[in-house]
Design a binder for this molecule. Structure first.
Ligand SMILES: [Zn+2]
Length: 432
């Protein structure tokens, strides 16, 4: 790269400002960690701390800070044309319970480092660049019941329904998200009905995030350019209802064994997944929760009920649609076979989000210019970028290598990889 190119100075400054990123992440870890991992509850104390820390740091760096009614935080670097469409970047600051320090926070800190480096280089971008630190991206870890997560970004984009705030129920205290909002002095109805961001005002959204799988590590590659983000179809509160009977006295033909029926259901879902895979189509399937009733179950009883979750993901809308038709049919077939009833409950659906080809091309070019070894990758996890993309806003994602997966205390990134990802982010924000 030409040393007289002003972007060269930005890239140099990113390198220098990585100490700021490191400090930020260390402070987050110290203040929101305990011996079991990191806990930054959606709309809870850990997430509040992270947003306050971000606001303080950004203010001290001379950047504009403001919030919206959903309590998302925004950091603005003003551009030369204040009326031009803004370019947005960011991620989330909450975490799953007892998780790692980097899922979400790495993207926010990379965005802050990029913004301050552009400012320090004396560059005024053609339009405002806005960092958005989203609230409650991980709401699924804290609120059960019917909702679609990503609460902060969806509220800001007008994608949240008021009903969801009533049907999202806190896993510990059993109170709704709407009640939690009222406790915080927020107006739930207004949060759902008054979007802060206007789609037509946004030129694009760029999110850096840790990879949540092993692909970059296994390919020995520090950076991934995301092609698309899998959509999903989920049953959060599925159940199988049979009958509790004696495990010795009742012959099998008289049983209504909910565990056996559920085991076959899960197995058949996996068989279906293998068939889809054999057709070179994309699908992953998980039952992440599976319980019998601890009040009624016993080693000497045939189980009369199970409670479980279903999570099917694919980058292909068609696969999700066909699984949406397949699951109730499978429930009926196995219900009849085992004399039980499958109650799959309400489905929630999120469409796959294909990343903007132009922004991906910019990222590819940036990797070339900066000499960054990258691979193209599909994101299995949902992200705030999905919501921007589904609102028709050109969106893209940078993944950085992360060992040991995410949503657990062992997330592990190398600061050198974060540096490469942040350089690419800064480059893309000036070239998008
Ligand atoms: Zn995340």
């Amino acid at each position: 790269m030409n040393q007289h190119d002003p972007i060269f100075k930005v890239i140099e400054l990113v390198e220098r400002n990585m100490a700021l990123a490191d400090d930020f992440l260390n402070e987050l870890e110290t203040k929101t960690g305990d011996h079991e991992g990191i806990t930054r509850e959606s709309y809870g104390p850990g997430e509040d701390f992270a947003h306050e820390l971000l606001s303080k740091k950004a203010t001290s760096l001379g950047l504009d800070v403001y919030t919206d009614i959903a309590h998302n935080t925004y950091i603005r670097l003003p551009g030369s044309d204040r009326d031009a469409q803004t370019l947005m970047t960011g991620s989330h600051l909450d975490s799953q319970p007892r998780a790692g320090n980097y899922d979400g926070a790495a993207g926010v800190v990379a965005s802050l480092t990029a913004l301050t480096s552009i400012k320090d280089a004396g560059i005024t971008p053609p339009q405002d660049i806005i960092l958005m630190a989203c609230r409650a991206e991980e709401a699924s870890g804290w609120y059960k019941g019917h909702h679609r997560g990503h609460i902060g970004s969806r509220a800001a984009l007008g994608r949240l329904s008021p009903e969801e705030l009533e049907t999202a129920i806190h896993v510990r205290d059993g109170r709704s998200l709407a009640e939690h909002f009222l406790d915080r002095g927020m107006n739930p109805e207004a949060v759902a009905k008054e979007p802060h961001l206007a789609d037509r005002r946004i030129k694009g959204f760029l999110e850096l995030h840790i990879e949540q799988g092993p692909i970059l590590t296994s390919r020995d590659t520090p950076v991934g350019v995301v092609e698309g983000i899998r959509g999903n179809i989920r049953c959060r509160s599925a159940a199988c209802i049979g009958e509790y009977t004696h495990s010795g006295g009742v012959p099998h033909e008289h049983r209504r064994d909910a565990v056996n029926a559920t085991a076959e259901f899960i197995n058949r879902m996996d068989t279906k997944r293998r068939e889809v895979d054999a057709e070179s189509r994309d699908m992953v399937y998980s039952t992440g929760k599976l319980f019998t009733n601890p009040e009624l179950h016993a080693i000497t009883k045939v189980a009369g009920e199970t409670f479980f979750s279903i999570d099917v993901r694919s980058i292909e809308e068609q696969v999700l649609e066909s699984m949406g038709r397949y699951m109730p049919c499978l429930g009926e077939e196995l219900g009849a076979k085992h004399c039980v009833e499958f109650r799959l409950g309400k489905y929630s659906r999120t469409k796959p989000a294909i990343m903007d080809p132009g922004m991906r091309e910019t990222l590819h070019r940036g990797c070339g210019r900066l000499g960054i070894n990258r691979t193209d990758i599909i994101s299995g996890g949902g992200h705030d970028a999905v919501e921007f993309s589904l609102n028709g806003i050109p969106s893209a994602m940078i993944f950085i290598r992360n060992e040991n997966g995410s949503h657990n205390p062992d997330e592990s990134i190398d600061l050198d990889d974060l540096l490469l990802g942040t350089k690419l982010l800064a480059w893309a924000l000036l070239n998008a």
